[in-house]
Design a protein around this ligand. Structure first.
Ligand code: AOS
Ligand code: ZN
Ligand code: ZN
Length: 389
């Protein structure tokens, strides 16, 4: 038992969760963006906030960038700034959805000029990766159609394939392309990358460094996301996660808040499929917006929720589960899984943190740090960072 506990603790110490730069800025719904005092005004200030998440959790050393929301003159200098704060710049997220030219799509647009502009942006994102030392380019396309007949869905797939090929061929040796799918929104009739199957088909054609990203908020209600995770891992094509919670659509709420059991089931398939091993190359990222809650503690809470789901998944008695499954013991097998899920792993995680020299309670430690008060006092003037900033 002690050996198991040690192994679980070692796995928890090794797992990292990437936080998104946009989680620190202002965001909202289509109805209203509520401005919060003290939000970062620059990419550097976003990194300052991310450094607090890392300081108190110890497992969030990388920050995902979004181009152009995090546009700077000198990305190498931004990477150096991150390093000085104990961080690294992580995944580069592209944006081919906030320009009037993209009304009918970006890389799938019927007009070759618009497609060129979109692909050029994606290539520029790879230049950013070269400067920051980022491994992953994450592509999410808002492309799609609202009405049957609006455009030729097959031709759009051809255009998508051509664009992805050009960008994939531009990647350097260790760089990867992560393709994200989303079943609807902002397009409502047909989205050009609506599901894991479409993303997987494109990745297969592109080559081994193209992988699928599972954003947990991008599925129809009731979708068995853990099955998708198991399948992609089995095929060596799970690039990573955009973790967040949903009640209805792409709600981008805190990971593990709406359905912690689902997050546990996903993490169980990750553990089962070897996805925690560094060699598996699975990136654990958050993709969240904190509209009404305080942002930095919300990110800390989300990181902790991912850790708790992971801890429970690691605690599943795999031997007992396999035996019950072999025996056709339906209730017994289910009970093994539920026993792990029902375990209170908070003391275990507190122990892990103490062994790493951290406060056992990251949220309390953050609250005591005075950072929240300090940024409200110091970040006066300027324009708060937010969508499109
Ligand atoms: C959009 O719905 C996707 O989840 C994107 O991954 C992301 O939220 C956006 O591109 C911000 O980078
Ligand atoms: Zn996402
Ligand atoms: Zn999303």
């Amino acid at each position: 038992m002690t050996d198991v506990r040690q192994a679980v603790k070692a796995a928890l110490k090794a797992q990292t969760v990437e936080t998104p730069s946009w989680a620190y800025g202002d965001s909202g719904t289509r109805f209203k963006v509520f401005a919060q005092p003290g939000v970062p005004r620059t990419p550097r200030e976003k990194l300052d906030d991310a450094a607090k998440v890392q300081e108190f959790t110890g497992v969030a050393p990388t920050v995902a960038l979004h181009i152009p929301w995090d546009r700077v003159e000198d990305y190498a200098a931004l990477a150096a700034y991150a390093r000085e704060r104990g961080l690294r710049l992580g995944t580069v997220n592209s944006n081919t959805f906030q320009d009037d030219d993209y009304r009918l799509g970006s890389v799938c647009h019927p007009d070759a000029k618009v497609r060129r502009k979109a692909v050029d942006h994606l290539l520029a994102c790879v230049d950013v990766m070269d400067a920051t030392g980022s491994r992953d380019l994450k592509l999410w396309f808002a492309d799609g159609t609202n009405y049957p007949g609006q455009d030729d869905v097959r031709a759009r797939q051809d255009r998508l394939a051509d664009a992805l090929r050009e960008v994939y061929d531009r990647l350097g040796g260790a760089q990867r392309m992560l393709l994200e799918y989303k079943f609807f929104e902002p397009a409502f009739y047909a989205t050009d990358v609506p599901d894991w199957g479409t993303a997987y088909a494109h990745c297969l054609k592109l080559g081994p460094r193209a992988r699928v990203v599972v954003d947990t908020g991008h599925h129809a209600p009731g979708t068995n996301i853990e099955f998708i995770v198991a399948t992609l891992l089995r095929e060596g094509r799970l690039g990573g996660f955009d973790f967040n919670s949903r009640f209805y659509a792409d709600d981008d709420l805190m990971a593990g808040a709406a359905d912690p059991f689902q997050l546990f089931r996903i993490m169980y398939e990750v553990v089962r499929g070897g996805g925690l091993e560094p060699a598996a190359g699975v990136a654990f990222m958050l993709d969240q917006c904190h509209n009404v809650e305080a942002k930095i503690p919300a990110v800390i809470r989300s990181v902790m929720n991912v850790q708790e789901a992971t801890a429970k998944a690691l605690l599943v008695d795999r031997g007992a589960l396999a035996a019950a499954q072999r025996d056709g013991d339906v209730l017994g097998a289910n009970a093994v899984l539920m026993d792990a899920y029902a375990t209170d792993v908070r003391p275990l995680l507190a122990e892990v943190r103490e062994e790493c020299g951290l406060d056992p309670d990251p949220l309390a430690a953050y609250a005591r740090s005075g950072w929240a008060r300090r940024i409200v006092e110091e970040r006066v003037g300027g324009t708060p960072a937010g969508w499109g900033a």
